[in-house]
Design a protein around this ligand. Structure first.
Ligand SMILES: [Zn+2]
Length: 249
């Protein structure tokens, strides 16, 4: 069924594949992706634990490396702050802050360097007006609203379909779920590009040694896979609702 997704590029094939996909198959797909997601999350945590315990030869903290990367890119209006939790690191474009978790901010490890530079990658994307980041930011309010309302619109749509036979409201609900799927797809280039910027700078600035670069690459690769799984999961949910409404129709 994974091949089902791979064929989605072809429009003619797409409509027939979705029409042939049953609700239970789509549900099974969601379960498989959820299991893969748990495996990827577990692997990410173990990779981060491993490289959080490998010290850096330069002895710099995550925050110090982030500051150096921003300086090297002539960015002087972004603050680096510490935030609670594990793997909660993020860049906030509204406040222009690189927020690093406790385990990254003051840690002198390969994982900390990789994460800190990834978040700086987002700050550089913001400064350069990187198009996928702009698109992603513009989708945030729409997705916040539609993900909150979609379930209710679909329930209302199913009730109306049973009364009037019209599936219009159901499809509006599916459209709202499609926005979440679109958001998670747009997130992919943003995340992969931030990691690429991080790795390129870590290497070109000689901040990490070659053997340390391998650990940084592996850490960011597993972090990126969580976004890939999230996008596949959002597409599977969308397929599930399409099959559900097609069946009721
Ligand atoms: Zn990111």
């Amino acid at each position: 069924m994974i091949t089902t997704l791979l064929f989605l590029g072809n429009n003619a094939e797409q409509s027939s594949l979705i029409a042939n996909l049953t609700t239970s198959e789509a549900f099974f797909l969601i379960i498989i992706i959820a299991v893969v997601g748990m495996i990827v999350q577990a692997r990410l945590r173990s990779v981060f634990n491993k490289y959080s315990n490998v010290g850096l030869s330069n002895g710099m903290t995550g925050a110090e490396i982030a500051a150096k990367m921003l300086r090297d890119h002539n960015i002087h209006d972004v603050k680096i702050t510490q935030t609670g939790g594990m793997l909660t690191d993020h860049y906030n474009p509204a406040t222009k802050t690189v927020n690093l978790s406790e385990g990254v901010f003051s840690s002198r490890s390969i994982a900390a360097a990789a994460v800190a530079c990834h978040e700086c990658g987002h700050a550089i994307q913001h400064a350069e007006g990187y198009a996928p980041l702009r698109l992603r930011s513009s989708l945030v309010p729409i997705v916040n609203f539609s993900s909150m309302m979609a379930q209710w619109v679909i329930i209302l749509g199913l009730i109306m379909m049973s009364i009037s036979g019209s599936s219009l409201v159901c499809w509006i609900g599916v459209g709202m779920i499609a926005m979440s799927a679109l958001f998670s797809i747009v997130t992919l280039p943003v995340e992969y590009n931030a990691s690429n910027r991080a790795l390129e700078w870590l290497e070109s600035s000689r901040t990490l040694r070659d053997d340390e670069m391998d650990g940084a690459r592996i850490s960011l690769r597993w972090a990126a896979r969580t976004y890939l799984v999230a996008a596949l999961s959002a597409i599977a949910s969308l397929l599930y609702y399409i099959t559900l409404i097609n069946r009721r129709n």
